[in-house]
Design a protein around this ligand. Sequence first.
Ligand code: HEC
Length: 154
Amino acid sequence: MKRFSIHFGLVLILVAGRAVAGDKPPEPAYFSWQVKDFAIDRPLGGRVGVAERGMAVASDGHRGNCLACHLLPISRDEVFGDLGPPLAGIASRQSVGAIRLHVVDQSYFNPETVMPGFYRRPEKLHRVAKAYRGRPFLSAQQIEDVVAWLATLK
Ligand code: HEC
């Protein structure tokens, strides 16, 4: 009887684990995207962005690191770079699809840009350390989070 309940417990754990994993499928390394009229209208991989998370990604020096080059409208005591334009009010100047393309691959707008393409097509990534080959700098979810945050900056 004891044996039975141990097995039963194990089965429950396995089933619960599956259900959790099933809710959030692991992110594939890369989703393809299409550009039309200087915009990517569809969210990458159909992911739904969360603005608060996007703000964290944008202001994190190890992830988006956008503040290395852009003045961001966040009320924190950060040091900002100014190689790029300030991003306050970006959503009143550009469509969400255009904002997405800026973040995914700014070289569509300016082939000489210093801004990293955060979700460039893998074949356009050169001189990347082996561990990162075929992988964009940010995940599709992180891109959508950043885009969702930028879309609130009107
Ligand atoms: C190494 C510097 C650098 C980093 C890092 C960087 N950018 Fe940029 N970005 C630029 C520059 C410079 C431009 C201006 C256009 C150009 O020269 O390509 C720009 C342009 C943009 C634009 C278009 C702005 C407009 O008004 O048209 C957006 C949106 C943008 N960046 C978002 C981001 C986000 C979001 C991040 C972080 C995930 C980021 N950038 C990281 C340098 C950078």
